[in-house]
Design a protein around this ligand. Structure first.
Ligand code: TUI
Length: 312
C-alpha cells in the first residue's frame, strides 16, 4: 500500500475519499485523513467562505494532509479556487469540468492538483497543464458521471498519462483496491463506502438506504440533459425517468432535482431526495468508523497482493 502516490501526498495508504457534494464535510474529511487516507472537503455548490470555514475546522481536527474538491460547475468555483489557494490546502481535486484556468494559481502555492477525469482526452489535457496525478472515474460512481466503466477507463488513462492514476467507481473493499492496482492504478478514490461510516454526518436514512441497497438499485437520470447523475432509485428517479422518456423540458426536470440532494442528506427524505450513490452500494453491509474501515481495506488488499488469499 505504500505506493509512490502515498509518498507524493504524504499519506499512509493510497486511499482518497471522494469529494461528495453535501456529504464530504470536515468531520468525514478529518476522520479519513486521521485513518491514514486522504480526506476531502467537497465544495460542491457552496459559497467560498463556507469552504474556508471547513478548511479551518478540518485543521483543528487533524494535522495530516487533506484536500478540497472544487466542483467546476458551481457558480462559486472561481472564489473557491481563490480560497483554496489562499489557505494553501495540501491537495485539490476537481470535478465536472476542466480546471485549466486555475492550475497556475494552485501550482504557485505548491498545491498538489488531482483533476477527476472521465475520459482519456481530458486526462491528456490535464497532464499537459501540470496535473500531479489523475483520478480516473468510471460510470459505476455515484453523482455526475461519464460514459466509460472503471475497468475500461483506468488502463487507458494509465497508458495515456505519465502521472500516477487513482481509480474510482465501483470500489469498496480490498478486492476492488487490488483490482485497481492490477489495472495500473497507484491508488483508489472511494465515495459510497465512506458514506456508511460513523463520522459521516448524513442523515441516518441515507446510510441505511445504502446499506440496504441491492446490486441493481441505482438509476441514471439526466442522460438527455447532458448531465447524467447516478442515484439510488426512489419516487424521484421514477418520476424523472418517466418525464425524461416523454421528452420533458429542462425546466420540468430541474424542478424535480432542485434542492433534492439537500433533502436526502439533511432531511433524510429517501422518497423525493437525490440519494447519490455508486453501484457498489450493494456491497456495503455495515457502518464502520473510518479507522476500522481503513484497517479492513489494508488487511484485505495485503492478503490478496501477498497471495495469502487467492481467488483464482
Ligand atoms: O464531478 C463528479 N461527480 C459529481 S459532481 C456532483 S454535483 C452535481 N450535481 C448534479 C449535477 C451536476 C453536478 C455530483 N457528482 N465527478 C467527476 C466527474 N467529472 N465526472 C464526470 C466529470 C466530467 C465531465 C465532463 C469532467 C469533465 C467534463 O468535461 C470537461 C471538458 O471541458 O471537457
Amino acid at each position: 500500500m505504500r505506493t509512490e502516490l502515498a509518498k507524493l501526498l504524504g499519506i499512509q495508504y493510497p486511499v482518497i475519499q471522494g469529494g461528495m457534494a453535501w456529504v464530504a464535510e470536515y468531520h468525514l474529511a478529518a476522520a479519513v485523513s486521521e485513518a491514514g487516507g486522504l480526506g476531502i472537503i467537497g465544495a460542491a455548490n457552496a459559497p467560498a467562505e463556507w469552504v474556508r470555514e471547513q478548511i479551518h475546522k478540518t485543521r483543528e481536527l487533524t494535522e495530516k494532509p487533506f484536500g478540497v474538491n472544487v466542483m467546476l460547475m458551481s457558480p462559486y468555483a472561481e472564489q473557491v479556487a481563490q480560497v483554496v489557494a489562499e489557505e494553501e490546502v495540501p491537495v485539490v481535486t476537481t470535478g465536472a469540468g476542466s480546471p485549466e484556468k486555475y492550475m497556475e494559481l494552485w501550482k504557485s502555492k505548491s498545491i498538489k492538483v488531482i483533476p477527476v477525469v472521465a475520459s482519456v482526452a481530458l486526462a491528456k489535457r490535464m497532464e499537459r497543464c501540470g496535473a500531479d496525478a489523475l483520478v480516473a472515474e468510471g460510470c459505476e460512481s455515484g453523482g455526475h458521471i461519464g460514459e466509460s466503466t472503471t475497468m475500461t477507463l483506468v488502463p487507458q488513462v494509465v497508458d495515456a498519462a505519465g502521472v500516477p492514476v487513482i481509480a474510482a467507481g465501483g470500489i469498496a473493499d480490498g478486492r476492488g483496491i487490488a483490482a485497481a492496482f492490477m489495472l495500473g492504478a497507484s491508488g483508489v478514490q472511494m465515495g459510497t463506502r465512506f458514506v456508511a461510516t460513523k463520522e459521516c454526518q448524513v442523515h441516518e436514512n441515507y446510510k441505511e438506504k445504502i446499506i440496504k441497497a441491492k446490486d441493481i438499485d441505482t438509476r441514471v437520470t439526466g442522460r438527455s440533459t447532458g448531465h447524467p447523475v447516478r442515484t439510488l432509485r426512489n419516487d424521484m428517479t421514477k418520476k424523472y425517468l418517466e418525464l425524461e422518456s416523454k421528452g420533458a423540458t429542462l425546466e420540468e426536470l430541474e424542478y424535480l432535482t432542485l434542492g433534492a440532494l439537500r433533502k436526502a442528506v439533511q432531511e433524510g427524505d429517501m422518497k423525493n431526495g437525490s440519494v447519490m450513490s455508486g453501484q457498489i452500494a450493494g456491497l456495503v453491509k455495515e457502518e464502520l468508523t473510518c479507522k476500522e474501515l481503513m484497517e479492513r481495506l489494508v488487511k484485505e488488499t495485503d492478503e490478496i497482493l501477498t497471495g495469502a488469499k487467492n481467488y483464482a
